[in-house]
Design a binder for this molecule. Structure first.
Ligand code: GRF
Length: 320
């Protein structure tokens, strides 16, 4: 199965980045590091990355507007074909546009038990407060600093006599283990049938007058009302011993089916039974799925079965 492609952004030492690079070497790791980018051309982590044969990009942000610099990083990350970003000691506030583009796909690691001690000088503040436990958190990045949903944490006990440095060193050990583990679980969730079905359901139901209803044991989506409604998509799981997960949608017929399979025979296949009436199977079990492409197929398939009155509504909406 294809692995999730991760770009790591760093500003300095890059020890968390190194931990991710080494974790990704395990055969069963569900992600690979495809790029390390930095706003600091002297970041120590860049050398290590190059030695490992991984692409790097470095450019100073100095003298640039925040959004303009983020556009450059965004372009590099896309060029590397990454579908996730892992911030690892990236000392830049991000523009809201960049955060919005990568929403749900950008993670950060922070050396405290969030929501405690956001921002800088976390260890100083924890020690000054006299807490007995600190730790680290991996969270999704949102526009507010260190504030997104927490995906995982490790607690680290404070030892009497700890200084900010000794505490930071010990928490770093925990960070190196936590980041790879949380990132693995997070990217792997997109391969889970429940997650994929929920995502398809949201996309299908965004189309007018669509409901989900089981058909021969498989979830399906139909439109056009109770009596004359028709199915335009099915979620097939271990369907007649075929692909372990697939979306079945309607094509215009045999010619299009043949063309699609010729175009990409790994992705498309002729589903048993449904194939004869013009349906095509799109595999959902090959690795990270292209959700824009799947949304387009749902829409096209919906258009093929929806009554004219409803179709008009979509066409009109498209013109705006
Ligand atoms: C780590 O403590 C991380 O939690 C914080 O910045 C530090 C980066 O260290 N966001 P490194 O560059 O990964 O060694």
């Amino acid at each position: 199965m294809a692995k999730a492609r991760v770009a790591v952004l760093i500003s300095g030492r890059g020890s968390n980045m190194a931990a991710l690079i080494y974790a990704a070497k395990a055969n069963d790791c569900p992600f690979e590091i495809v790029l390390v980018a930095s706003n600091n051309p002297d970041a120590a982590g860049l050398k290590l990355t190059q030695a490992e044969g991984i692409a790097t990009f470095a450019q100073s942000h100095k003298g640039m507007k925040r959004a303009a610099f983020d556009d450059i990083i965004d372009a590099e990350v896309r060029r590397a074909g990454a579908n996730y970003i892992a911030l690892a000691g990236y000392m830049r506030l991000l523009s809201p546009e960049f955060v919005a583009t990568w929403q749900g796909r950008m993670l950060n690691i922070h050396p405290s038990l969030l929501p405690e001690y956001k921002g800088l000088d976390t260890h100083e503040r924890a020690l000054a407060d006299g807490v007995s436990i600190s730790g680290c958190s991996v969270h999704l990045v949102t526009t507010a600093l260190d504030d997104g949903p927490v995906l995982g944490q490790t607690k680290v006990a404070i030892i009497s006599g700890d200084t900010p440095d000794t505490l930071a060193d010990r928490i770093l050990i925990a960070e190196h283990q936590l980041y790879a583990r949380v990132l693995s679980t997070y990217v792997a969730r997109e391969q889970q049938p429940d997650w994929i079905l929920a995502k398809l359901d949201a996309l299908a139901r965004a189309l007018p007058e669509t409901e989900q209803r089981p058909s021969h044991g498989s979830p399906g989506w139909r439109t056009g009302g109770e009596k004359s409604g028709k199915y335009f998509a099915y979620f097939a799981q271990h369907h007649h011993g075929e692909a372990s997960m697939a979306l079945l949608v309607k094509t215009s017929g045999a010619e299009e089916q043949t063309m699609l399979i010729e175009q990409d025979e790994a992705l498309y296949y002729l589903p048993q039974y449904y194939g004869a009436s013009g349906w095509i199977g799109i595999r959902l079990d090959l690795g990270p799925n292209d959700w824009d492409h799947l949304a387009e197929w749902l829409r096209k398939s919906w258009m093929a079965v929806a009554p004219a009155k409803l179709r008009q509504r979509v066409n009109i909406a498209d013109e705006f």
